[in-house]
Ligand binder design. Structure first.
Ligand SMILES: [Cu+2]
Length: 557
């Protein structure tokens, strides 16, 4: 990235354009090299689009250049380093562009504490997480053992990490879980923004952009780190130290019941084992957490943070496809559409995918005379393909094993995939955006397992013309019922930026829960020791002298 940035910033044609800006003293130029995208089937050159910014801060390296976008954008050919052209960016409400003018000085919205003008930090007392007897987990090589869970973790240059061979209480549940792709299409229709569609795994890689995580910052508590690996531009392998962190954390209560007759309570706290990585893909950060819970469930969590990708906008102009987030700076509407590849092994590899709708029972004089009944209706996915979303029938997706009947419920054991209905990709079905990311059109896909089918939009996404992943594999032909199958869960979120997302965005969090559904013969977490204060050692706050000791943990058991 550094070499590309230098190539652009030092090119005579770019310097010519920079000279026209007549930048004041103390202001410099910075650029972000961007994936070029696709709008022409005949374009075969590997191209890079550079978005240009003013760097304020009087030479401070952490000044927020994204606050000061410029209106010209050079294009270079990768590898040959040939200059191709300069695109000019619109600043008004339509597609019109203008030649480069002297830069009009506007304040920079800074995020770094040295520069952000927040002179009085909040008073925050330490909140320490300690495990005086050591953690409850063991790690031997790649194998993690914790609270009934056994699984392996491996780093991946493309996916960040994958977990595999996942067992709970001695039973197989999943063979492999990983993020498989993320596309980020933008909604500003004007050139050259119509090509803004990143594939952050296929074009870049979450492992190779993985952060070196730090104790007490990225990960709190008693932490086990794993390294990742990348390829240096000179072809040599390089280590990314501590790019995956693993630790336990408390997540409130798991269950509670108070017998109001005796005032005895059973209370168990919910503890999670977190496997986390953080990727910095230029302006944005993505925090990927896989959280293993003591009740046999898994929470797949994405937190988007970092800095919005910004565009220039003239004073007093508004546009319907973006939010003005600072002086003369606009953040276009966009979508983050992730695909998680979930390779199940629910009590073995022969699994089926079903979807259950909850529907009204027809009114009936004898059975349902008051018209209040409702039941579930089950449908099976027979062939490789997708499932339509249906939020108003409370549609739930489940992976079941038809060969294994739960002795209590008398139906197949399974796991449900809990994910709320979400808007999928908005671009036109004929657009390159959709043709390149067919996976982004549907929330749940099912394919037959095949080696090497790992990435939802296909192996090669940079300037791709078509989705060579699910667009090919979800063929409507392969039988997937009672087969070794793969589920692809699309986590889509449409991001309409808000002023508060700038200059650095508080996390936006989205989750997919994998929850045992008639898999066990009762709540599998009854063996968790009951919560009590001899163990948890909480103390009363000394901020309000009138407060009385709480009886919430009182028990005579
Ligand atoms: Cu966003």
């Amino acid at each position: 990235m550094g070499a590309l940035e230098e190539l652009c910033n030092s090119h005579p044609r770019v310097l010519e354009e920079v000279a026209k800006l007549q930048l004041p003293k103390g202001y410099q130029i910075r650029n972000d090299p961007w994936i070029y995208g696709t709008d022409d089937p005949n374009e075969k050159r590997p191209l890079v689009q550079f978005f240009m910014y003013v760097l304020a801060g009087d030479g401070h390296s952490e000044s927020n250049h994204y606050s000061l976008p410029l209106k010209f954008s050079p294009v270079f050919e990768a590898y040959t380093n040939k200059f191709v052209r300069i695109d000019y960016l619109p600043g008004g409400f339509d597609e019109k562009t203008t030649p480069t003018q002297p830069w009009q000085k506007v304040p920079c919205v800074e995020y770094h504490p040295d520069l952000n003008n927040e002179t009085i930090p909040r008073d925050v007392k330490p909140l320490l997480i300690s495990q005086p007897e050591g953690p409850s987990f063991k790690v031997e090589g790649s194998k993690v053992t914790w609270q009934g869970w056994e699984f392996r973790v491996s780093s991946s240059a493309r996916e960040g990490f994958a977990v595999y061979d996942v067992n709970f209480k001695g039973r197989q549940v999943f063979y492999r879980i990983s993020l498989s792709e993320m596309t980020v299409p933008y909604g500003d229709p004007r050139a050259p923004y119509h090509r803004k569609q990143a594939f952050d795994l296929g074009d870049v890689g979450f492992g190779v952009t993985g952060n070196h995580l730090n104790l007490g910052c990225d990960c709190l508590g008693v932490i086990k780190y794993m390294d990742g690996y990348a390829v240096h531009p000179n072809g040599e392998p390089s280590v990314i130290p501590n790019t995956i962190c693993m630790h336990e954390q408390d997540d409130g209560l798991l269950y509670k019941h108070l017998n109001y007759r005796t005032n005895n309570a059973v209370v168990a706290r919910k503890r999670e084992f977190v496997v986390q990585t953080i990727a910095t893909v230029a302006n944005y950060e993505y925090i990927i957490n896989l959280k293993f819970v003591t009740d046999g469930s898994i929470d797949i969590e994405t937190r988007a943070t970092g800095i919005l990708s910004t565009m220039p906008i003239d004073e007093d102009v508004t546009v319907p496809w973006g939010t003005i987030v600072g002086p003369n700076v606009m953040a276009a509407y966009h979508q983050h559409i992730l695909s998680f590849r979930i390779d199940p092994a629910i009590d073995g590899h022969k699994n089926s995918v079903v979807y259950d709708d909850v529907v009204k029972l027809p009114k009936d004089d004898k059975l349902n005379p008051f018209g209040i009944g409702f039941v579930t209706e089950r449908k099976f996915v027979e062939k490789a393909g997708h499932i339509d979303q249906s939020p108003f029938t409370n549609r739930q997706y489940k992976i079941i094993n038809e060969n294994k009947i739960n002795p209590i419920s008398k139906n197949p054991v399974g796991y449900k995939i809990m994910m709320p209905a979400r808007q999928m990709i908005l671009a036109d079905p004929d657009s390159f955006n959709v043709r390149r990311a067919k996976y982004a059109t549907e929330q749940v896909w099912v394919t037959k397992y095949r080696d090497h089918e790992l990435y939802a939009a296909g192996e090669f996404t940079n300037q791709s013309q078509n989705d060579t992943g699910l667009g090919v594999w979800a063929n409507g032909i392969d039988p997937v019922r009672n087969e070794d199958l793969v589920v692809w869960a699309t986590m889509g979120f449409t991001h309409i930026p808000r002023v508060e997302d700038f200059p650095v965005m508080p996390v936006e969090t989205h989750n997919i829960h994998l929850v045992p559904f008639n898999f066990f013969d009762k709540n599998p977490a009854l063996d968790i020791p009951q919560a009590n204060n001899n163990f948890n050692k909480s103390i009363l706050a000394k901020v309000d002298t009138k407060s009385e000791p709480s009886a919430c943990c009182k028990t005579n058991l």
